[in-house]
Design a binder for this molecule. Structure first.
Ligand code: ARG
Length: 364
């Protein structure tokens, strides 16, 4: 966002919508006057806690790729805009992990760090893609860990971090302040819940020693509310089982476990037409759901998630808001046509507030 007018216009549109949703229309003129004055003096403006909190929820509601948006109003918002040092940010991130994990009953949560200032370096930038993520190492005998993390793992090593070299090394939190040298911090093991994956009927699945972390906390997206950018605003919901069972653990360029699962179930892998991949996928997804449920960690299956999304669609219609969505992301990767989402069309228009991709702060 550059010119002051552009910031004011975005602020005005946001305040109008935010305050009317909160039934505070009468406060709009005074608030817009304040914002205009603050922009005149500083080139920017500061959200009230209520604007920040409702704006973050609107940003979730507008996330076209998210099937979990039924719960947008339940987001818990932590205001960490005042924090200035890497240590302070590290403690806020640990608190986020603990609070959101909540002993397994996951709470959708966002922690918002300092807003971007026109023409200045981002005050806080998180290098991690997610706060919890497994390292990936390229070795002579192939990749160890999560191939997805190879480039970032190298960055961590360049900063002096060393992993144990297992398939499930939690990466450190990497925090950059004012465009200076990034600092890394190991996450205390006690605050991280991980779920060993086992199968409700086939005991051999546990012997694969596969696990996954409980809470997906996206930390590399930029939140935009009313013309203000928040380059560091990590947020989480809970997992839908296919994200783990049909992608992270199954993709051939991730943990690539379908051949192993197929062999544990003695499936005929000699021909594609036995549908062994499909059968292995279903068993792996069942194992993920079973394990998370048994350990009391929130998870949703794709049929239930689609049903909740249908409710969201209805509520948005009732509220007189237009629904936007990205069909290619909304359909689950397993049995998509068994959900209503597959049979509908969605308008992939990006409305604001929202969460956006941003350029990586490191190269590679
Ligand atoms: N798909 C990503 C992963 O597997 C997580 C994205 C966010 N997912 C969520 N349920 N909030 O780690």
């Amino acid at each position: 966002m550059n010119s002051s007018e552009a910031v004011y216009d975005a602020a005005e549109a946001f305040v109008q919508q935010c305050y009317s949703e909160l039934n505070k229309e009468t406060e709009i003129p005074v608030r817009l006057g304040e914002i205009k004055e603050e922009i005149r003096q500083t080139g920017s403006y500061t959200h009230t806690l209520e604007e920040l909190s409702h704006g973050a929820k609107m940003a979730w509601r507008n996330s076209n790729r998210c099937i979990g948006r039924f719960f947008w109003q339940t987001l818990d918002v932590f205001d960490a805009r005042k924090l200035t040092t890497a240590e302070e940010v590290f403690y806020a991130l640990c608190r986020h992990i603990e609070y959101a994990t909540n002993g397994g009953r996951i709470l959708p949560t966002i922690t918002v760090f300092a807003q971007q200032k026109e023409g200045e370096q981002d005050r806080i930038r998180l290098w991690n893609h997610q706060l919890l993520r497994y390292a990936g190492y390229e070795t002579e005998d192939g990749v160890i860990g999560d191939p997805w993390s190879i480039a970032f793992t190298r960055q961590c090593e360049a900063l002096g971090w060393r992993g144990k070299g297992t398939d499930y090394d939690l990466l450190p939190l990497v925090i950059q302040v004012d465009g200076g040298e990034a600092e890394w911090f190991d996450i205390p093991g006690e605050i991280v819940m991980e779920v060993p994956i086992r199968h409700p009927e086939n005991a051999a699945v546990a012997d694969l020693n596969v696990k996954w972390y409980g809470v997906p906390i996206i930390s590399d997206m930029r939140m935009e509310i009313g013309g203000i950018d928040y380059p560091a605003a990590p947020f989480n919901g809970w997992y839908m089982e296919t994200e783990i069972g049909a992608r992270n653990l199954a993709d051939t360029d991730r943990y690539d476990l379908l051949p192993k699962v197929a062999s544990l179930f003695e499936l005929d892998t000699s021909r594609a037409s036995t549908l062994w991949k499909d059968r292995a996928l279903v068993e792996l997804n069942r194992a993920v759901i079973h394990s998370f449920k048994e350990d009391g960690v929130s998870i949703v299956d794709h049929h239930t998630a689609a049903e909740q999304f249908r409710q969201f669609e209805m509520r948005e219609q009732e509220a007189g808001r237009k629904l936007t969505g990205d069909w290619t992301w909304l359909i689950p990767p397993v049995s998509p046509a068994a959900t209503h989402v597959f049979h509908k069309q969605y308008k992939d228009e990006v409305i604001t507030p929202n969460y956006h991709y941003q350029e990586k702060p490191y190269s590679g």
